[in-house]
Design a protein around this ligand. Structure first.
Ligand code: ACO
Length: 376
């Protein structure tokens, strides 16, 4: 007996022990630990270790994992040269997707799919992703590429390679919280894409490339850029009411709201809201935060009853803007973090693989006669 579920809504298609979501009450846990506790106390490196190993590391385990990741911060010189040749008009998400794929050229055994090889390839990709994004951003601005600094954490090192100077502790910590909160989220579209690809026993590079392609869509990770565009379109706090009401009247989507799983406020949005508010104050972007908050109030009044509340993308937009990131780097930031989650899912899938192969309901005609081309 097969049932049809458009968009696979409600279908359970995999088992995981990485993240758990209670969409009704707005709860997210990684390996049983509440996302608030991780956002407040953990680091991105520790969070990735947790997702991959299903336990928090001891000090020595974390040191070893961190060292292994830092040993992969550098990108091959051939890739650096290629980055310089990419048109400055290319979208960073297209660049990241293409370059993750190209990393396979520099792996002597790109197709090894045993669980330990998949873990090593995941470290290789996760370690290099920040350098790919930062190098492209600098190259398109006509600046020299900044070499990674293996004394720095994942987040510090990314901001250092992007800006050419070490970030303040506050900025690095804010960015790290963004990385922690975006790292994993059940069987979302991009994670599903990565599991679908690896289920053919293709390779980790192909699986993660597919996931980046999925994430860039405006209904998924691309929404954070949509939120920022919307905030820029609204001139002042007084213009928010009209803007939102017109959009709702026209049945347009308000970016950063709604979720297939959450019917309450996304708990990641709570953490990012706190961060956005503080950073907006620190960087003179109060107006941006106030506009966001006003949009949230109007949406709660108008569509809260339908379970449409802010999702992870809503306050991450203000947060990234205050950190000084350009608009088209917002979604690559999401991808850099989610590489941790995608990799964990790929490793899980390889550990207990079954090919994904759903069916489609055929809704076309049968017994259609073939008409020769000159008679059509
Ligand atoms: N603004 C206004 N109305 C909305 C929104 C929104 N952002 N989201 C859903 N709705 C309404 C729909 O119009 C629909 O109303 P109707 O029943 O009166 O026709 C109802 O809510 C259900 O919408 P669906 O599209 O069926 O819900 P679905 O679960 O498929 O969509 C999605 C989830 C795609 C995230 C949707 O809420 C959306 O488009 N949001 C805006 C884009 C966005 O923020 N995406 C990021 C999601 S989080 C992430 O992927 C990282």
């Amino acid at each position: 007996m097969s049932t049809f579920a458009k968009g696979l809504e409600g279908v359970i298609a995999a088992e995981t022990n990485m993240s758990w979501i209670d969409g009704v009450n707005g709860v997210l846990e990684y390996v049983g630990i509440n996302i608030d506790a991780l956002a407040q106390n953990s680091t991105f490196e520790e969070t990735v270790y947790l997702l991959w190993n299903k336990k928090l590391p001891t000090r020595s385990e974390l040191d070893a994992f961190t060292k292994e990741l830092r040993d992969h911060y550098s990108i091959p010189s051939e890739i650096k040269d290629r980055i310089k040749a990419i048109p400055a008009t290319a979208e960073p998400m297209h660049v990241l997707r293409s370059l993750i794929s190209e990393l396979a050229f520099y792996d002597s055994n790109p197709n090894d799919n045993d669980v330990e090889s998949a873990r090593k390839k995941s470290i290789n990709i996760l370690g290099q992703a920040p350098a790919l994004v930062a190098a492209y951003d600098r190259a398109r601005r006509g600046l020299d590429v900044v070499e990674p600094d293996t004394e720095l954490s994942f987040s510090q090192n990314f901001l250092y390679m992007l800006n050419g100077e070490k970030p303040t502790d506050t900025m690095a910590r804010a960015f790290d919280i963004c990385m922690i909160t975006h790292a994993d989220h059940g069987l979302n579209n991009s994670t599903f894409a990565s599991r679908v690809v690896i289920s053919t026993l293709s390779d980790v590079y192909s699986a993660l490339t597919a996931a980046v392609g999925s994430l860039r869509g405006p209904l998924h990770g691309g929404a954070n850029e949509g939120v920022m565009k919307m905030l820029n379109e609204i001139d002042s706090i007084d213009a928010v009411e009209d803007y939102v009401m017109t959009k709702l009247k026209n049945k347009d989507r308000i970016m950063g709201f709604g979720h297939r799983v959450y019917k309450a406020k996304d708990p990641r949005a709570n953490e990012l809201q706190k961060l956005a508010e503080q950073l907006a104050k620190d960087t003179g972007n109060e107006a941006l935060f106030e506009k966001s908050h006003r949009i949230e109030e109007i949406m709660a009044r108008e569509v809260g009853a339908k379970g449409i509340y802010p999702n992870v993308d809503f306050y991450s937009a203000t947060t990234y803007h205050c950190i000084g990131l350009k608009l088209d780097l917002f979604t690559p930031m999401f991808a850099m973090s989610r590489l941790g989650g995608w990799s964990g899912h790929v490793i899980e899938q390889l550990g207990d693989n079954r090919l994904f192969r759903p069916k489609a309901e055929f809704v076309g005609e049968h017994n259609v006669p073939y008409v020769p081309i000159d008679e059509r």
